[in-house]
Write a protein that binds this ligand. Structure first.
Ligand SMILES: [Zn+2]
Ligand SMILES: [Zn+2]
Length: 276
C-alpha cells in the first residue's frame, strides 16, 4: 500500500534547539497522530552569538544520542530519522545524518553584524534598512542569491524557499507579483537540481500564525513541477501539536499547482505517495 503525506513529518524541532517539545514529546505526538516516518531536523550550529539558545551546539553528540535512542524505542512502530536543518551560515557539516534540510535564515554583513530574515517583523525591517539601504527588492535578491548557493550544495530538502516573505501577510513588505521579485525567486528555484533535492511545502508559518498559506508561493510550486521536481509536505513543527499542522492546506496547494504525488522520507529513501 502506498503511504500518504500524513504519515511523514520530516521537518521538526525540539527543546534541544528552539522547539517547545522534548524529543520524547515530539515523537509521542507524532506516533499518536499516525505518523510512520518521523524525522528530527534540529537547527545546526551557527556562529551567531545571540542565536546560541536556538540552535544545537557544535558538538551534536547529545542530539544524535537522543534521536537514536528514540529510534530504538519506536522500532517496528514508527521509523525515526536523524536529520538536521543546516543554515547557510552553519559551521558544521551534515555528515552522518539520514538527511539534511538546507535553509537560509540569516545574513552576515561585511562588518560582521548578523541579520535574521525570520526572527520578527522588526528584525526584518532592520535587515532591509541596515543591510540593503531600505530597498526590499535588494533584500529579496540578496536572500535568493544565498538560496541559490544553498541549492548548489544539493540538499536532500530545500527548506522554506521563500522565507523572506514570512511577514508579508501582516504588512506589505514585498510585492510578490513584481517581475523583479519573481526573477530573483525563480533564479534560486532554477539553481536546484530536481533529481537531487526535494522542495518542501512548509506550513511552519501557519501554525505560528504569521501566514494563512504555506511556503512556497504558487508560482514557485508551478515552476518546480514544470522542472520535474518532487515535493514533500512538512510542518516545520516547533511544538507537539504542530507535527502535521496544515497538511490539508499544503496538499490543496500542491493539487492546485498540478501535482498528483508527493513523497515521504523513509530510512530507505523517498517513497512516492498520491495526493488524492
Ligand atoms: Zn528553517
Ligand atoms: Zn525548521
Amino acid at each position: 500500500m502506498k503511504p500518504t503525506p500524513y504519515q511523514c513529518s520530516a521537518h521538526t524541532h525540539t527543546t534541544l534547539c528552539d522547539g517547545g517539545g522534548t524529543p520524547e514529546e515530539m515523537a509521542a505526538a507524532a506516533y499518536a497522530a499516525g505518523v510512520k516516518y518521523y524525522g528530527f531536523s534540529g537547527h545546526a550550529h551557527v556562529p551567531i552569538p545571540r542565536e546560541q539558545d536556538f540552535v544545537l551546539p557544535a558538538d551534536m553528540s547529545a542530539y544524535r544520542e537522543a534521536v537514536l535512542s528514540l529510534r530504538e524505542e519506536y522500532a517496528g512502530r514508527m521509523e525515526i530519522l536523524l536529520g538536521i536543518e543546516l543554515d547557510n551560515l552553519s559551521d558544521v557539516a551534515p555528515d552522518g545524518f539520514d538527511y539534511w534540510i538546507g535553509s537560509v535564515h540569516d545574513f552576515q554583513a561585511p562588518d560582521g553584524e548578523f541579520y535574521a530574515v525570520d526572527y520578527s517583523p522588526e528584525e526584518w525591517v532592520r535587515c532591509r534598512d541596515c543591510l540593503f539601504g531600505g530597498d526590499e527588492m535588494r533584500m529579496a535578491e540578496g536572500y535568493y542569491s544565498e538560496v541559490a548557493k544553498m541549492a548548489a550544495r544539493k540538499p536532500p530538502i530545500l527548506g522554506h524557499i521563500d522565507l523572506v516573505t514570512k511577514y508579508n501577510e501582516r504588512g506589505a513588505f514585498i510585492d510578490e507579483t513584481s517581475p523583479r521579485y519573481r526573477r530573483a525567486a525563480l533564479g534560486a528555484l532554477r539553481a536546484l537540481d530536481p533529481s537531487a533535492t526535494l522542495l518542501e511545502i512548509n506550513t511552519g508559518a501557519m501554525s505560528r500564525r504569521w501566514r494563512t498559506s504555506p511556503y512556497p508561493a504558487p508560482f514557485l510550486l508551478e515552476e518546480w513541477r514544470r522542472m520535474g521536481g518532487r515535493i514533500i509536505v512538512t510542518a516545520d513543527a516547533h511544538s507537539p501539536e504542530a507535527v502535521l499542522y496544515g497538511y490539508g492546506e499544503a496538499i490543496a496547494a500542491a493539487l492546485a499547482a498540478g501535482y498528483r504525488e508527493s513523497v515521504v522520507l523513509t530510512r530507505n529513501g523517498v517513497r512516492e505517495c498520491p495526493l488524492q
